[in-house]
Design a protein around this ligand. Structure first.
Ligand SMILES: Nc1nc2c(ncn2[C@@H]2O[C@H](COP(=O)(O)OP(=O)(O)OP(=O)(O)O)[C@@H](O)[C@H]2O)c(=O)[nH]1
Ligand SMILES: [Mg+2]
Length: 330
């Protein structure tokens, strides 16, 4: 599945209907007063959350959304019908920005949550409103107001429970393929992963959505590499797995690079629950990884040793994820 996470669309709310100019024409009443009704209101453009949607791919094909105009007013004081709203369904986790100035308009996180992104124009008044005792045959009326129009940027942030982060090539994708049903590309080179992938982890009592994103490198917060763009996908996860390569020449530096870049992205990233996952332990002696286990436990980091390649320690990690996820204290 190609993961599409951004789209730009154009929306136009309906214009209001015009007011009507008309005069009563009835038998035996030679000069009836004005009876031109008001125009109807134009339809709104409404964004609605829909749980069953998982991506923004629909917006590749349909990019223009117009709500209906309000009908014009009619004689006999008849108000024109309001234009129908147009409802645009988006997956939960979609943020809508005004493309013109980048301002966020709304954040859709709940099923059937709605937000009006463009308001329909008000209907114009009919000539009946312009009559006064000295002005009995008014020909004045109002035009309906224009409906709002906007270019919107839709950005989907995955609502994953667990986000996997780490420097390139540490084995994040191998790990998600062990933990979940996901089947991402794995390669012995940095930046194998260029789009995020999601998988479902079946715990004993709960299931979790896990997200794997491209590797993060030093300077990512200044735009280097790919991973930074994708941090938004895991911004809202409740928990993170910080994957480190146990065979790296400088694990401590890797750990600090990762925490620095996450912190520069958003300090909240460091306040989330996390598990330090020391991967590729098949490549190093037990004495070495025991030493690192000790090092991280002194820092109060929950640490799990695994070999994603061989499947070692994976059950242990699953248990720890479930334990932390169900522990509501922090
Ligand atoms: N020896 C060993 N190799 C591993 C282990 N886990 C992953 N690898 C290898 O490390 C390489 C990178 O694995 P990936 O899962 O693609 O790493 P990644 O972190 O997703 O990489 P990017 O997406 O490029 O950031 C591949 O050649 C994997 O086979 C492990 O536990 N032990
Ligand atoms: Mg990868």
């Amino acid at each position: 599945m190609k993961f599409i996470d951004e789209a730009v669309i154009y929306v136009k709310a309906g214009n209001g209907g015009n007011g009507c100019v008309s005069f009563r024409r009835e038998k035996f009443i030679p000069r009836g007063g004005p009876d031109g009704g008001d125009g109807g209101k134009g339809g709104d453009v409404v964004i609605a959350g829909k749980q069953s949607l998982t991506n923004l791919s629909d917006f590749q094909y349909k990019r223009i959304y117009r709500a209906e105009k309000g009908k014009n007013g009619a004689k006999k004081n008849k108000r024109g019908r309001d234009g129908k709203d147009v409802i645009i369904s988006v997956p939960l986790g979609t943020t809508i920005y005004d493309e013109k100035n980048g301002a966020p308009l709304c954040d859709i996180t709940r099923n059937q949550e709605t937000f009006i992104v463009a308001r329909g124009g008000k209907g114009g008044k009919g000539n009946v409103h312009f009559a006064t005792p000295t002005h009995r045959t008014p020909f004045e009326y109002e035009h309906g107001k224009e409906g709002e129009e906007k270019h919107l940027r839709l950005v989907l942030k995955i609502l994953a429970d667990v986000g996997i982060v780490g420097l390139p090539n540490v084995g994040k994708s191998t790990l998600i393929s062990r933990l979940t049903d996901a089947n991402p590309k794995i390669g012995d080179y940095p930046f194998t992963t260029i789009t995020p992938s999601l998988g479902v982890l079946q715990g004993d009592n709960k299931t979790f959505v896990v997200a794997d994103i491209p590797g993060i490198i030093e300077g990512a917060s200044k735009g280097k590499g790919l991973g930074f763009n994708f941090l938004k996908h895991i911004e809202r996860t409740r928990m993170m797995l910080w994957v480190l390569d146990a065979s790296s020449a400088n694990i401590e530096k890797d750990y600090y690079t990762l925490s620095k870049e996450l912190c520069l992205y958003n300090t909240r990233m460091l306040r989330k629950k996390r598990i330090v996952v020391l991967n590729k332990i098949d490549l190093v002696a037990r004495t070495v990884w025991n030493q690192w286990k000790h090092y991280f436990s002194k820092k109060d980091e929950a640490t799990i040793m695994v070999s994603a390649l061989h499947g070692w320690g994976i059950e242990n990690l699953k248990r720890e994820i479930e334990k932390q996820a169900t522990d509501e204290r922090t």
